[in-house]
Design a protein around this ligand. Structure first.
Ligand SMILES: [Mn+2]
Length: 328
């Protein structure tokens, strides 16, 4: 074994995923992408938004089931699980994640693309439940959004391999529970609420009343020191001091910790390292950005030259690619 190729949020760009794997030297044998000396780790968020969600899930799932890849759960896989699981009786709502217009819209493409394959969708949901929330192996760490040591310790006390169960899933939809805090922090990261009446109208068409914060600043003082998202903070909010309560709510990942890989944050432009031991691999593939991998071969200090990516072409929306036709 030479190392791991970590791959960021695919969001249904299945043809681009196949192209990235080929570029990394993986080849399909018996319907499974394999490399003689390397393994893939997917950072979660395979589904939603893109045109080839089934292809993306099929490629990843077969690799994981054959031992060619590992994966951690993204907030979109978590959302799908909660959206499709019935709530326990007596809670006054039918589904663990309510079918509100906003939630319907987020999962719409996935449900449409699996509509004619209901049995396969059930199998995919069962597989999602087996995906760990975090992963630590051979000197690297992987989580979709935020590595928070106290919450990861709490998770591992009940689930040593990071795989949750249906009871934990059911508890996790209620804010304030331990399960909610773990799932929310690990798969969605840190959110700081915006002041009353302020909203960010994001490029993806959603309005947000909070912003995403990162967790590797040494001694952050202002909102600008921790903001980590493509949308700017409105007005002069970058200069606003972090309150004591906000500072206490942040996680911190120090420079002495092992290399950490995350997705989730919709970065833009040429991949870069936010810290010497942190790489974010989500570069907005589904918005015609880049599908990004990092080729890790044991180094403790990460190196921006080890990013490999494919620019997602407009054709991902339209044209079938050769490998899609004979993949089965
Ligand atoms: Mn995400």
């Amino acid at each position: 074994m030479e190392g791991y190729d970590l791959i960021g949020d695919v969001h249904g760009c299945g043809a681009t995923l196949a192209a990235l794997l080929e570029k990394l030297g993986y080849h399909q044998r018996g319907g499974v992408y394999r490399h003689p000396r390397r393994r893939v780790i997917f950072l979660g968020d395979l589904i939603d938004r893109g045109p080839r969600i089934r292809l993306a899930v099929t490629i990843a799932r077969r690799m994981v089931e054959e031992g060619e890849a590992f994966i951690v759960m993204g907030n979109h896989e978590y959302n799908a699980l909660a959206y499709c699981h019935r709530a326990p009786a007596g809670q006054g709502h039918e589904w663990l994640r309510r079918h509100t217009p906003r939630h319907n819209r987020i999962i719409k493409e996935t449900l449409e693309q699996f509509r004619d394959h209901p049995q396969e969708w059930e199998e995919v949901l069962a597989w999602f439940l087996e995906i760990p929330l975090c992963l630590e192996r051979d000197g690297l760490r992987v989580v979709h959004a935020c590595w928070d040591p106290p919450l990861i310790d709490a998770l591992r006390r009940d689930f040593p391999d990071g795989r949750i169960d249906e009871d934990f899933l059911a508890e996790s939809v209620t804010p304030g529970t331990r399960a909610f805090r773990i799932l929310d922090r690990l798969t969605r990261g840190i959110h700081i609420p915006l002041p009353e009446g302020v909203e960010i109208h994001s490029g993806d068409g959603f309005s947000r009343r909070s912003f995403r914060a990162h967790f590797w600043a040494r001694d952050p003082q202002t909102w600008g020191d921790v903001v980590f998202q493509p949308d700017n903070l409105p007005g002069d909010l970058e200069l606003r001091p972090l309150s004591a309560e906000e500072r206490a709510s942040l996680s911190h990942y120090g420079p002495e910790e092992p290399p950490l890989f995350i997705g989730h944050y919709w970065c833009e432009g040429i991949p870069a390292l936010p810290a010497a031991n942190v790489a974010c691999l989500d570069y907005s593939a589904v918005k015609f950005g880049r599908l990004v991998a990092y080729r890790w071969s044991g180094e403790r200090r990460l190196d921006a030259n080890h990013f490999v990516w494919i620019r997602v072409p407009r054709e991902e929306q339209a044209r079938p690619q050769p490998w899609e036709i004979d993949f089965d």
